[in-house]
Design a binder for this molecule. Structure first.
Ligand code: AMP
Ligand code: ZN
Length: 115
């Protein structure tokens, strides 16, 4: 995808505050943070949403989760954090390139969604 903003960030064509990079994933600070720690982990290869995931994406999807805790701790979320993946219209997804939000910081998170 040439016109996807997160593809461009992963390729370094749009500047970002990089947190981490390896062969599968790229992580960077959210431009509009909702908490003291708020960064995104994305697969380097374009993937619009969880709806499009297949077995071939498992290496990147697994890596996104396996680095999350270490990166969260390094960014200062040492006492817990929340992982959020918004999908589609109902999930209020804004950027159609899969991303995990890592949100944390000292005592900033409300409880889970209201029942
Ligand atoms: P969503 O698709 O709703 O899960 O969220 C998209 C997230 O991407 C939002 O939290 C935005 O603040 C963030 N975002 C959009 N553009 C950029 C950018 N250029 N750099 C960093 N974060 C961004
Ligand atoms: Zn993309």
């Amino acid at each position: 995808m040439t016109d996807c903003i997160f593809c461009k960030i992963a390729r370094g064509e749009i500047p970002s505050k990089k947190v981490y990079e390896d062969e599968h994933v790229f992580a960077f600070h959210d431009i509009n943070p909702i908490a003291p720690v708020h960064f995104l982990i994305i697969p380097k290869a374009h993937l619009p949403s969880l709806y499009e995931c297949e077995a071939g994406h498992e290496a990147a999807l697994g890596r996104m989760l396996s680095v999350a805790g270490r990166l969260a701790r390094e960014q200062g979320a040492t006492d817990g954090f929340r992982t959020i993946i918004n999908t589609g219209r109902v999930g209020r997804q804004e950027v159609y390139h899969v991303h995990i939000h890592i949100v944390g910081g000292p005592d900033v998170l409300p409880g889970m969604l209201k029942r």
